[in-house]
Design a binder for this molecule. Structure first.
Ligand SMILES: O=C(O)CCC(=O)C(=O)O
Ligand SMILES: [Fe+2]
Length: 290
């Protein structure tokens, strides 16, 4: 994949584990997308994690003439897809949706994504195209530059954690998304955590095997992005060739998953994402328990 990546972005990724691309969308598309998000209600699913409400707004399955459909096409363009594939170490289906993250510090416990962590034990990529400015108070993404690189200390740590994670009392750690106190970064050969406040229209692509977190917000705030995840089975011995990326399937994976959640909810089974109806993406969430 390397020859297909812009050389400056490739060098930045190889060194840091992330790439930041400013002014990612053409200005007309950015304006149209912002305008549509502010005025056109869409089907929304959401999950509360403590003080944070995470919303998923699926992209339209076909070109319905909307600005969001044009945004979905942009996300499939080679300059985005190749970079995300390179960051994940392999190409394949990028599960993409609109995401809003609403934080109200008064509304609950700490957000588990605000603990420093690696998503899993192998390279895997996420991207955020932040549509509006994300200031230091707005819960920006934070990353430890270079922590996508497997140092001998990191390898030993992964091995040790893998042996005892299940008994450490943290659900996310036990599930394989290992948590790390910031004070232990230097023992693994890494430098300090860095926070990335961004201007609107900034694309951030990161290998989330590197240590990262959402910066906790001290104020009530909402962050909207186009969000994508490329996480493949690391034991599949080929690159590309992902059945979920076939045109008939790729628009449906998210919707099928959410429709299943709805069916589970109807029968009283536990769910992760609840159906929030057809609303504006940035509607302030109801306080917990209402
Ligand atoms: O939303 C963020 O800034 C980071 C959240 C996170 O850890 C993730 O999506 O893996
Ligand atoms: Fe994460």
């Amino acid at each position: 994949m390397a020859p297909r990546i812009d050389p400056a972005e490739r060098a930045a990724f190889d060194r840091d584990g992330y790439v930041i691309r400013r002014n990612a969308l053409p200005p007309e598309l950015l304006d149209a997308v912002r305008n549509e998000i502010a005025t056109v209600p869409r089907p929304v699913w959401q999950m509360r994690q403590g003080q944070t409400v995470n919303r998923v707004i699926p992209l339209p399955p076909r070109n319905d003439g909307s600005a969001i459909a044009a945004l979905a096409r942009w996300a499939r363009s080679p300059s985005v897809r190749d970079l995300v594939g390179y960051a994940a170490g392999r190409s394949g289906h990028i599960v993409t949706s609109l995401q809003t993250v609403a934080v109200d510090p008064a509304a609950g416990d700490a957000d588990p994504q605000a603990d420093l962590h690696a998503d899993t034990f192998h390279p895997t990529a996420k991207f955020w195209l932040f549509l509006n400015k994300v200031g230091p108070e707005d819960g920006p993404f934070s990353y430890v530059p270079g922590s996508h690189i497997l140092t001998p200390e990191r390898l030993a740590w992964e091995h040790e954690e893998a042996r005892n994670a299940a008994t450490k009392g943290n659900r996310h750690h036990a599930a394989g998304s290992f948590r790390l106190p910031e004070s232990e970064l230097s023992a693994l050969g890494y430098g300090p955590l860095q926070m990335f406040p961004v201007e609107g229209n900034t694309l951030v692509v990161a290998d989330t095997y590197g240590f990262h977190k959402r910066t906790p917000s001290q104020v009530s705030t909402i962050r909207t992005s186009l969000y994508g995840v490329l996480r493949r089975n690391p034991f599949v011995p080929w690159n590309g060739l992902d059945a979920l990326d076939l045109p008939v399937l790729r628009h449906r994976t998210m919707r099928t998953h959410l429709a299943m959640e709805d069916r589970r909810a109807k029968t009283g089974k536990p769910i992760v994402y609840e159906n929030a109806g057809v609303i504006l993406a940035e509607t302030p969430p109801k306080p917990p328990g209402i």
